[in-house]
Design a protein around this ligand. Sequence first.
Ligand SMILES: Nc1nc2c(c(=O)[nH]1)N[C@H]1C(S)=C(S)[C@@H](COP(=O)(O)O)O[C@H]1N2
Ligand SMILES: [Mo]
Length: 309
Amino acid sequence: MKKNEARIKASEITPRELFYARRRFMQLAAGASAAALLPESVLAGDKLADVKTSAYTLPDKLTPMEDVTRYNNFYEFGTDKEDPAKNAGRLKTRPWTVTVEGEVNKPKVFDIDELLKLAPLEERIYRLRCVEAWSMVVPWVGFSLAELIKRVEPTGNARFVEFISLHDPEQMPGQKFSVLEWPYREGLRMDEAMHPLTLLAVGLYGEVLPNQNGAPVRVVIPWKYGFKSAKSIVRILFAEKQPVSSWTQSAPGEYGFYANVNPAVDHPRWSQAKERRIGEFLKRKTLPFNGYADQVAHLYTGMDLIKNF
Ligand SMILES: Nc1nc2c(c(=O)[nH]1)N[C@H]1C(S)=C(S)[C@@H](COP(=O)(O)O)O[C@H]1N2
Ligand SMILES: [Mo]
């Protein structure tokens, strides 16, 4: 859509406030009524309205927005940390639908703007711990994935949920390289997906998700390594069988299905005992379940977490 491209370009060259003031002025000049000024769909950088604070926040010092949006893993846009911020601008996030299907009584294709209104938006400060031993603290905006799951009514056969990211090499130049098998896929066990901490995120720092962070919708599972938190999701599939995620498929000995943050289980090529918080110099000790053990450890009682890494 030409209009969106123009907006992105404008936002790059003018300070954010000026950009919004100008857009509003142009809408007024075009003769729009006051009601029509409310965006029917929201794009990266737009402020999200009516965001409540959440009971699921774990207070921590926030990683600056510049780092959260310029140091990313999003291999669809390249494998360097700066690549997603440079290349994700071309991702078109409207129109966008999320198909929810498989073992559910009420399969549904959600339009993204309908999905945004499914439940009240909450701000949740979560730690994100990458398997590469760095971490961030991000104020996400979204709601529990459980809100969506309840609406599609999983059948008794639904034991796992799979998240499938967009596959479109024209928009995602990294998909022209076979670093991973595309589309990016990740999965959770049903009880993990239903856990209230599992977030369907649509924004960060009070604004619509920047493309490089997984616009227009992604999951965030704060007690698992970052790769479980699939970005730019187009399909959510409920199944009886455990799905094989992209990373497990590419290196099964290195990236397991559970991928719970665990300082006691090293990655075959490096230790997971410590992490570097982006912006900090000294390393921190990594906490079991990334600091969320009180909330989630019970999901794994009786399981061997060395075998099920
Ligand atoms: N579709 C897709 N989702 C993805 C990735 C990816 O390459 N493609 N990278 C994962 C990894 S390894 C991490 S650490 C987080 C990073 O999220 P952030 O860039 O918003 O911090 O996204 C995850 N989700
Ligand atoms: Mo990661």
